[in-house]
Each structure stands twice: as C-alpha cells, then as structure tokens.
Ligand binder design. Structure first.
Ligand code: KG4
Ligand code: ZN
Length: 336
C-alpha cells in the first residue's frame, strides 16, 4: 500500500512538487512559477518552459526533502497531460527515474482531475457535483458522479475563460500573465460603463464561447486609446470581467438545474477570481453548496496531482494507461 506519494507537476509554466500522505493529507509542497522567464515574450514559450523544468525539478526536490525531512516515497504521481508536451515529458522522466531508483510505482495523473479534486486538499467535495472548471486551457462544465467518472456537459467552442482574461489583458497592454492583473484593474472600474455581449446566453445549452467577447473588447479598446484615461482602462476591464462572470454563473446555474445536483465545485486558475466567487455566492448560494480550492491550489500545483493519485492508487494501479504524455486529452477518455 502506497502511503506517501510524491506529486510532480510540470504541464505548463509552473514547476511543483508535493508530499501527500494517504489518510493524513498534505505534508509539504514547493512551487516555482516561470512567469519572469516568459514575461518578455507575452506568453508561455514551450521550449523555455521545458528547459527550465529540467533545471528546476532536482533543485525543488532537494528543497522539499530539506523542508519536510522526507527523503523518499512509496509512489510517484506525475501529470501526464493535457499540457505542453515537452514540459510534460520532463516531469514524466523525472518521476520515472525516482520511481525506478526507489523501486516504487509511478502513477500517471490527468491534470484536470487534479484541478477538480483540489478542494479536497483543504475541505470537502460531496458527490455528485457539478464542476465548473475554468483554467487557462479549459472552460468546461462537468457532471462528477464519482471520483474517476466525469461527464462533460458543457465546453468552450473557442477560447477558455483564463485564455480570454489573458488575451484581453494583452490587448490592453497589461504585462503577462494578464488574468490576475486584469482582475486587479477591474476592481477600480465601473462594470456598467461599457456594454459588452454575454456570449451564448441567448440560446439554451451549457457551451461557452469567449472569442466574440474578446473581439468586442478589442474594438472598445481601440476607441478608448484615442485619448483614453486610466479610468477608461479600468472600466473596460471591469466590463469584460463582469460579462465573463455573468456568463459563467448563468451556465453553472443551468447545469445545476439540468443535473438536479446540489453541489458545485469551482476549480482551475480562474476560480481564484474574486468577482466570480462573489457572484456565484449571490446567485447560487441558496441552491447549491459551493466548493473551492484554497487560493494557492486554484492555479497549477503538485499537491492536487498527488491527491488525485491517492484515489487511484490501489496496489500500484491507476485507471490511466502508463503512456508517456499527451498534449490533448479529454477527462472522459479514461483508459481502462
Ligand atoms: O489552472 P491554471 O493555473 O493553469 C491551467 O491549467 O491553464 O490557470 C491559469 C489561468 C490563466 O489564464 C490566468 O490568467 C487565470 O488562470 N487566472 C485568473 C486569476 N488568477 C489566475 N483569471 C482571473 N482572475 C484571477 N484572479
Ligand atoms: Zn491547470
């Protein structure tokens, strides 16, 4: 029985390692964000991400060992997808090397399952539940019937919610990573000043589309730039955030109604957004119990990867085929 699991995350621009003990919880974690490396390029450069994971993983692992006093584990869990393929392969190779050296199993983990289960690192996750998964790469609504059984009931037709935040931030000249910066700017703004579309709200269904909203922001921004003030910028940021939040909340409301479930899990980087949390509480707080990861576990981390593995690790078994890594990978495609 694997008791102490080392989690490894390297799917994008965060390098993370964590010790998770079954029946006990998180024993320690370390995280390095590559923000400064990618900032000059205005977005993540895949090769630079992979190269830095190579450099950083052994250093962080030593740091984690030192911090916790734990030298080795009973299993090594690693994100095998979805994500940047070269970045993923670095983590997988590091995980397999440690597992080989220790003579323990390595466990492939689906990154999005990690996000979905992250609330369990600090609280409860009653099932069945609707999940609103909003990250830089995904915007999905899922019916979570049991751990390992996820049905996608809504998806984005184009950009993900976090991607829309980042792209609009870039249009408005904010530095990478734009999402949190745009959200901070929006707090100073008046969301009513500009009228922006609420994508896909005028028709039934649970799918999203954010590229039209992004274009509407670009057009407004081009107008403002001729003589615009910092207040104009904050007002447009607030209008964008409000349009996106209202759309997410309405779709989550519909998903709860459609499934009849009474729990909502909100996960992924955008679940850190303050306006989203407030509005979800106002609109759905009476209908559903809403569960979030703590702020540090909304964005990418290794604790959620080790936690996800703990559910699948029975005598070294995982429901995922031990292929090396996959860039694109639906949560519905669990290999037997
Ligand atoms: O889950 P995550 O760390 O990485 C992926 O798996 O994609 O999510 C990162 C995304 C980025 O697009 C970032 O801009 C967005 O989450 N994000 C936010 C906030 N914090 C992170 N978006 C809006 N408001 C925030 N406070
Ligand atoms: Zn993520």
């Amino acid at each position: 029985m694997a008791e102490l699991i080392l989690g490894i995350e390297s799917s994008c621009d965060e390098t993370g390692l964590a010790w998770y003990e079954r029946g006990v919880g998180l024993r320690g974690e370390v995280l390095f964000s590559q923000t400064a490396i990618h900032a000059p390029y205005g977005g993540v450069v895949p090769e630079l991400a992979a190269r830095d994971h190579v450099r950083r993983l052994p250093l962080l692992f030593r740091e984690l060992q030192h911090q916790t006093g734990i030298q080795r584990g009973d299993a090594v869990a690693v994100t095998t997808g979805p994500g940047l393929i070269a970045a993923l392969l670095v983590g997988v190779q590091f995980a397999k090397s440690l597992a080989l050296a220790w003579g323990v199993p390595w466990v492939p983990v689906h990154h999005l399952e990690g996000h979905l289960l992250a609330p369990l690192l600090s609280g409860e996750l009653p099932l069945p539940s609707v999940a609103l998964l909003v990250s830089g790469g995904h915007s999905q609504l899922l019916a979570m019937e049991a751990i390992g059984h996820y049905r996608i009931i809504g998806d984005t037709l184009d950009d993900a919610a976090g991607e829309a935040f980042d792209k609009v931030a870039k249009i408005m000249g904010l530095s990478y990573p734009g999402g949190p910066a745009l959200a901070a700017l929006a707090e100073q703004g008046d969301p009513q000043r500009f009228t922006l579309p609420r994508p896909m709200l005028d028709r039934p269904g649970l799918d999203f589309s954010f590229s039209g909203l992004k274009t509407a922001c670009r057009l407004q921004w081009e107008r403002i730039q001729d003589g615009g003030s910092p207040q104009d910028q904050a007002d447009l940021a607030a209008a964008f955030e409000w349009a996106l939040v209202e759309t997410l909340v309405e779709k989550a409301r519909r998903a709860l109604k459609e499934t009849g479930y009474q729990n909502l899990v909100v996960a992924g980087g955008v679940s850190a957004n303050r306006r989203l949390r407030t509005h979800l509480g106002q609109v759905l707080g009476q209908t559903a119990a809403i569960h979030y990861p703590k702020l540090a576990h909304c964005t990418d981390n290794a604790a959620m990867i080790a936690l996800a593995a703990s559910f699948h690790l029975d005598a070294g078994q995982s429901p995922l085929a031990p292929f090396a890594a996959r860039a694109r990978w639906s949560l519905e495609e669990y290999a037997p």
